[in-house]
Design a protein around this ligand. Sequence first.
Ligand code: CP3
Length: 345
Amino acid sequence: MNPIILRTLRGEPVTRPGVWLMRQAGRYLTEYQEMKARHTFLELCTSPDLAVEVTMQPMRIFRPDAAILFSDILIPAQCLGIHVDFSPGPVIHNPLVPAGVEALKIRTPQECVPYVFETVRRLRAELEDFAGSGERPALLGFAGAPWTMACYILEQRPYKHFHGTQVHAAESPAEVTQLLSLLASLTAEYLIEQIRSGADAVQLFDSWAGNLSIEDYRRWALPPTREIVRRVQAAGAPIILYVNGSAHLLEAMKEAGADGYSVDWRTSIKDAENVAGKSCTIQGNFDPAHLFGSREAVVGETRAMLSTVGHRGRYIANLGHGVLQRTPRENVQAFIETVQAGYPA
Ligand code: CP3
């Protein structure tokens, strides 16, 4: 049988919600911190041995229903000749100016970041072994959406909510459009290669598009997103679109045509379902800060979240954003176990 997350995204029958956590690998785990003491973040991303190990850490500890490739949205920016470092957030050494788009030298993901695909191939085999005779967890690939990628590439470091990218868009609309369409084709190619290497589904992270008005979202972020969705679906895999701070954008997000929409705690599951309709999956929306409460509080709030789900066959439980540093791991465990126990009666 296909993994539960994949069945959900395809609208096939499921008996309970699937569950995984954005940023489920990372700094809240001592096992990860031990690896970070010996390797840089870039080493963890670029060595398939290390990336497989970090991806599998939360799988062994919590047994969620999906593994997400360990990498970062900025890794494929190297295909555009953008040099990125992490301290711990991304630092771009040679940010682009819009006028520089024309001169960008593009390398294919296969030649520039082959280690990502090797990691995906190894993970797929690892997950088959891990599952034994039980159901295999899904393997998720991912990428940053073009608007969010442009924010990092054009601005070097996050500041003032990336308003600078909106300034660039207003000043140099033709160049920004060109950059976004370049990122759309690179990202589609990158995700399709992850699927060919064994990813069951992929998620597109648009972490900064929530800064845009719905008109600007439709003008800048949506067209390249729609292009990626179309090409990934044509390659035969479902795609989830995550936009942080998207409560005001739901109507427009839906126009992307994705299989799943991931929303944060500021959007209710009901509102998301009402906009998306019954033919797509909703994912979310637990506030990661609430994982710092008591175990009883986490269990209670997780059940409360599940009780708001109307389209029970088309829902995946997740957080509204990534796991925060210092999150108590027993609460991550409680969240996952509560979801896996099924919908409250
Ligand atoms: O979800 C997972 O477990 C897979 C791994 C993953 C990472 N980054 C690892 C990471 C994923 C899916 C991402 C996506 C990512 N990266 C996004 C989109 C999601 C979101 O958070 O909105 C963004 C915007 C980035 C850029 C980025 N990378 C930031 C802002 C930071 C610093 C903040 C932070 O949480 O640490 C990073 C570094 C990063 N990416 C770390 C990890 C585990 C921390 C590095 C360390 O251990 O020092």
